[in-house]
Design a protein around this ligand. Structure first.
Ligand SMILES: NC(=O)c1ccc[n+]([C@@H]2O[C@H](COP(=O)([O-])OP(=O)(O)OC[C@H]3O[C@@H](n4cnc5c(N)ncnc54)[C@H](OP(=O)(O)O)[C@@H]3O)[C@@H](O)[C@H]2O)c1
Length: 396
């Protein structure tokens, strides 16, 4: 029986993780659930999974959670310990009872708790890509130092992890990450200025949280994945290629030095990579559709358009630059995406805000999580100024 903490239990990855647990109750027990603001869903999860601790973002969220547990009639004796804030997230990650932490909070707010789980030598199923985009160097040094296991949940990296098991890492020449191309794959560049948040949120193949869905539309998400892959598997940016594959069925490919290419193929259902991160090196039956090979099908592979999606190019440049560049990239993108979703920024201006923030921020080499969070905060402030300046220019 494995004991789990799920960071981000109310999100898309979190609820899929709980579905895997629901189907494998004899294998997994939930020790702790951590979420942000969604007290209603967390209360329902508490009633179903009976964790020992539950965390929310603030003490006000915890009050709402308490009221909800009363409404649901859960006897006080069955309530978990309720905690909040940064300290609460860290507490549920480092508990000695926990073997595995699923890191599925969105954004850099999940960095500290994930890092602390790594420092305790736990297995971490990593969905939160911002952890490695912001703090890749520090987190990977801790993985090596404390013997933690980082198993990727992101479908492309999970696919690469599977392909890498087939050969010797020293004989790998390239990683190829696939991208659906997002909802604007066939939209002319000039028309992007008029696309709406609703159109950008309409991802052709995956259902995910809002931030990652917009990042898929700009290809920033694929850029983050290039960075994540470099840290996870020790690749140089020049060894990671991106190819557009609209069917999202081949997730990643590994090219070995003899030219042989191995691909990982599965349905677009995150429960498979989540379950793999839990059961690795074993495999269990998963509740995902199997590919029907009796059906005729067509799979396309196309080069990405770096001119139309400049954030992908920027991600390569930031990973090459090193230091805090990728941390700034992530922070500025989160602010710009938020402004786009609120209707304060046009779609192409997401890139402009991110590029200008990078240009304004000095180069630095953070050595601690606290320093990363400080740089992240500064970059957010600069990005907010850029957004406001643009909004003022539009209304003037
Ligand atoms: N969804 C996918 O298929 C997918 C695939 C690959 C990688 N990922 C990555 O996985 C991560 C999660 O993605 P998602 O799609 O599941 O996002 P999501 O649906 O937006 O869920 C985000 C989760 O983070 C929680 N959260 C936000 N702020 C928090 C805070 N201050 N403290 C604690 N929890 C907080 C949210 O809680 P509340 O809702 O309660 O506020 C929610 O549980 C992202 O980094 C994403 O890039 C996702």
């Amino acid at each position: 029986m494995k004991t789990l903490t799920i960071l981000g239990s109310t999100g898309s990855i979190g609820t899929n993780t709980l579905d895997v647990v629901r189907r494998n109750r004899h294998l997994y027990q939930v020790y702790a659930l951590a979420a942000g603001r969604n007290a209603d869903l967390l209360a329902a999860q508490i009633v179903e999974f009976r964790p020992r601790i539950a965390a929310l973002a603030t003490s006000a969220d915890v009050s709402r959670l308490s009221n909800r547990l009363i409404d649901l009639g859960l006897p006080r004796a069955d309530w978990p310990e309720l905690v909040s804030g940064d300290a609460g997230r860290v507490q549920v990650s480092i508990a000695a009872e926990v073997d595995t932490v699923i890191s599925a909070i969105v954004g850099v707010v999940g960095l500290e708790a994930t890092y602390e789980a790594v420092v305790r030598g736990k297995r971490v199923g990593l969905a939160n890509k911002e952890v490695l985009v912001s703090g890749g160097k520090i987190v990977m040094e801790a993985v090596r130092q404390y013997g933690a296991e980082l198993v990727p949940v992101d479908s492309e990296h999970n696919g690469a992890h599977q392909c890498l098991r087939a050969g010797n890492r020293g004989q790998v020449s390239r990683l190829i990450l696939t991208a659906s191309g997002g909802p604007f794959r066939n939209t002319p560049k000039d028309a992007l200025a008029l696309v709406t948040p609703a159109e950008a949120l309409n991802h052709p193949t995956w259902r995910m949280g809002n931030r990652i869905t917009i990042d898929c539309a700009t290809l920033m998400n694929k850029g983050f994945e290039v960075i994540e892959a470099c840290w996870l598997f020790g690749f140089a940016p020049s060894q990671v290629d991106v190819v557009i594959h609209p069917q999202s069925t081949v997730h990643a490919m590994i090219e070995y030095s003899d030219g042989s290419v191995l691909a990982q193929i599965s349905a677009t259902d995150m429960r498979m990579p989540i379950q793999y991160a839990l059961t690795y090196p074993d495999r269990w039956e998963a509740p995902v559709p199997k590919i029907d090979w009796t059906e005729a099908r067509k799979w396309e592979f196309l080069p990405p358009d770096f001119g139309k999606f400049p954030l992908l190019r920027l991600a390569y440049e930031c990973q090459k630059a090193g230091g805090a560049a990728t941390c700034v990239l992530n922070a500025a993108d989160e602010i710009a995406v938020g402004a786009f979703l609120e209707g304060r920024l046009a779609f192409p201006a997401i890139y402009e805000v991110v590029a200008e923030t990078l240009a304004r921020m000095p180069a630095r080499s953070p050595r601690t999580v606290a320093q990363i969070l400080e740089i992240d905060g500064e970059a957010r402030n600069v990005a907010r100024e850029m957004v406001t300046a643009r909004a003022n220019a539009v209304t003037a």
